[in-house]
Design a protein around this ligand. Structure first.
Ligand code: BGC
Ligand code: BGC
Length: 615
């Protein structure tokens, strides 16, 4: 009998069916195929060319034309370039954002989860509230691989808390020239040190297994010779993305060892470099990428390009794609920024499919690239269980335990360059003045690649400044005075002056005259004129020419770019820690000496590699 209730039921059914039909008319019907439990070989056999090409494509989330492209173009990876943050920049909105992208990836036919990459290069440094560690040049001064491993492990935890599973780090550049704006991303100039710290960092990020809940994929970069370009040969007459005019022997001796070590440590990915080697862009160098890296060194992971790195090859975009993939790159960071003459990922995908169909790239090369990418995803556990973002890690982001390790890294990295028996200061000092534009500035301490691409001055993220450190450490009877320009020092028993470089990152940091700003010099001169004992703290990403200035100071500390924990510097100033930091780079006397490195025939720097005083 046709009752009222069955009538209602069928009415509802018809409505539901209509809904389904109307949805299907706008969305393609996807017949899902599960990859769970399948071998990578089987999965590759199942894949269409479009799906393979999708896996090889990495777009910046900022330049997604339509988020549905993640599903419809089967994108294999997304990234957040420097400053590509969610509108509200806090750990849970990052996690929400990544979850949304992963949900879209899960909707594609094979539902393969995304690898999501970010420049967590000194902690999870795009995220407000994360623990920001010192930059690599400072880690080089610690010479402590165990500490570097721990830092990487902590960073991995903070990165995973936000749902992200891949960092574009470590940078194992051997920086030969301080004028390079990325000198601070390098641990130093000794290949053995680069190898030890780079390997430790890889191991710390990746943990015992890439499928661990607090492990992320490392990306050792930038292969190879990024720190060696000759000044004036780069873009705009500078040095970044320039030409390394060096012999193969030198390339192998100074720049290859950290890659051997990183592979030993299991680095799952390696990034190709923007620079050229003797006039030829690395992104097109089959010999170095395929023969040396994958062949000779036995690298089993995959090579990702740098940001629109293939665009710099000669020829049109299609030939860039063909040349770079045939040379050995596996995943292409597109990233889709058309404002800088870049191509969209849609154009990239269309052209790569075209090139493959025309036989310009062998299917075996495409399959090899996809196999390498999926092998990494397999070892991350991404192919065997649905993507799962563990929100339980969120409270660890910027936790006091993590910051304590960052503080340790800061105090171990500070290099004492001069001490005319003024340090350590007593915590019972009656009056102490803290001066200089770096005295109370977390942004300046952090440098580039922090919250935004180039970094910025000011309160960009929670942290402790040198002033905070002083205030927290002195006795209750001590008077602490903050005098940015150093004019209020009349009753001071000691003055700490914090000066240094304004934040910068790649390209923008290239400078041909490494001197302090007039403002910084003025503060130092003002304090000097007062006759009070003066401790100068230099915040910089590289050695600065200080030959005259250092004579004025009673003590001089190179504190590099320490990150959020400025109290690591005051640990040294007040003697809770006797300095152990040693220069990992040569400190030149004047600009005419640059480039200057250990092994040069007339090596007469202001301070040699290995220099550093203690108490
Ligand atoms: C840099 C890389 C970075 C990438 C993604 C490039 O411009 O050279 O170091 O990992 O951008 O932000
Ligand atoms: C991005 C960086 C990238 C750079 C390269 C910027 O817009 O945020 O991550 O390295 O472009 O030019």
């Amino acid at each position: 009998m046709f009752t009222r209730s069955t009538f209602l039921k069928s009415f509802v059914l018809v409505l539901v069916l209509q809904l389904v039909v109307s949805c299907n008319s706008t969305e393609p019907i996807v017949k899902h195929v599960s990859v769970t439990g399948k071998s990578v070989e089987n999965i590759v056999e199942l894949m269409t060319l479009a799906e393979k090409v999708g896996q090889m494509t990495q777009a910046d989330r900022r330049y997604l034309i339509d988020e549905a492209d993640i599903t419809n173009l089967h994108l294999g990876s997304l990234l957040s370039g420097g400053g590509s943050t969610p509108e509200t920049n806090n750990p849970s909105s990052w996690a929400d954002m990544v979850d949304r992208y992963q949900d879209l990836a899960a909707k594609s036919r094979l539902g393969i989860p995304l690898m999501y990459g970010i420049d967590a290069v000194h902690g999870h440094s795009n995220v407000v509230g994360a623990t920001i560690f010192p930059h690599n040049i400072a880690l080089g001064a610690t010479g402590n691989p165990g500490l570097v491993r721990e830092i990487a492990h902590i960073t991995a935890k903070e990165v995973r808390a936000t749902g992200i599973n891949w960092t574009f780090d470590p940078c194992v550049a051997n920086s030969r020239d301080e004028r390079w704006g990325r000198a601070y991303e390098s641990y130093g100039e000794d290949p053995a040190l680069l190898a030890a710290l780079g390997q430790a960092q890889v191991e710390g990020y990746q943990g015992a297994s890439l499928s661990d809940a607090d492990a992320i994929v490392a990306c050792t970069k930038h292969y190879i010779g990024d720190g060696a370009p000759t000044w004036t040969t780069g873009k705009n007459g500078k040095i970044d993305r320039g030409d390394a005019q060096i012999s193969e022997d030198e390339l192998r001796a100074l720049h290859l060892p950290p890659y051997q070590a990183a592979i030993q440590g299991g680095t799952a990915t390696i990034m190709a470099s923007y620079n050229s080697w003797n006039g030829e862009k690395l992104h097109g160098q089959k010999y170095l990428m395929t023969d040396v890296l994958k062949g000779e060194l036995g690298f089993q992971g995959f090579i990702v390009t740098d940001w629109a790195g293939i665009d710099e090859l000669p020829g049109d975009y299609k030939s860039d794609i063909v040349e770079s993939i045939n040379a050995g790159v596996d995943m292409i960071m597109v990233p889709g920024d058309t404002s800088k003459d870049g191509y969209t990922y849609r154009e990239f995908i269309t052209k790569l499919i075209e090139a493959a169909n025309e036989g310009l790239i062998e299917m075996s090369r495409i399959d090899d690239a996809v196999t390498r990418i999926l092998n990494v995803k397999k070892s991350m556990g991404l192919l065997d269980a649905p993507y799962h973002n563990d929100r339980n890690l969120i409270p660890h982001v910027g936790s006091s335990e993590h910051r304590a390790v960052a503080r340790q890294a800061v105090r171990e990295s500070v290099v004492l360059l001069r001490n005319e028996s003024v340090l350590p200061l007593s915590k019972d000092i009656a009056t102490i003045v803290v001066a200089g534009r770096g005295a109370n500035d977390v942004g300046m301490q952090c440098g580039g690649w922090t919250i935004s691409w180039q970094g910025g001055m000011g309160d960009i993220t929670p942290g402790t400044t040198v002033l905070d450190g002083v205030q927290a450490m002195v006795s209750s009877s001590t008077q602490v005075v903050h005098s940015p320009d150093g004019t209020i020092v009349s009753n001071a028993d000691a003055v700490i002056v914090v000066v240094g470089e304004t934040p910068y990152a790649e390209m923008h940091g290239d400078r041909d005259n490494l001197v302090l700003s007039n403002e910084d010099i003025e503060v130092i001169n003002t304090v000097k004129a007062s006759g009070k004992p003066m401790v100068v703290v230099l915040l910089s990403g590289r050695p600065i020419i200080i030959t005259d200035i250092i004579e004025e100071a009673d003590a001089f500390l190179a504190a590099w770019l320490p990150g959020t924990e400025g109290n690591g510097i005051t640990d040294v100033i007040f003697g809770d820690y006797s300095p152990t930091g040693k220069l990992s780079v040569t400190w030149p006397t004047d600009m005419s000496q640059i480039p200057i490195n250990v092994g040069d025939s007339n090596y007469a720097p202001l301070f040699p590699v290995g220099y550093g005083l203690t108490y």
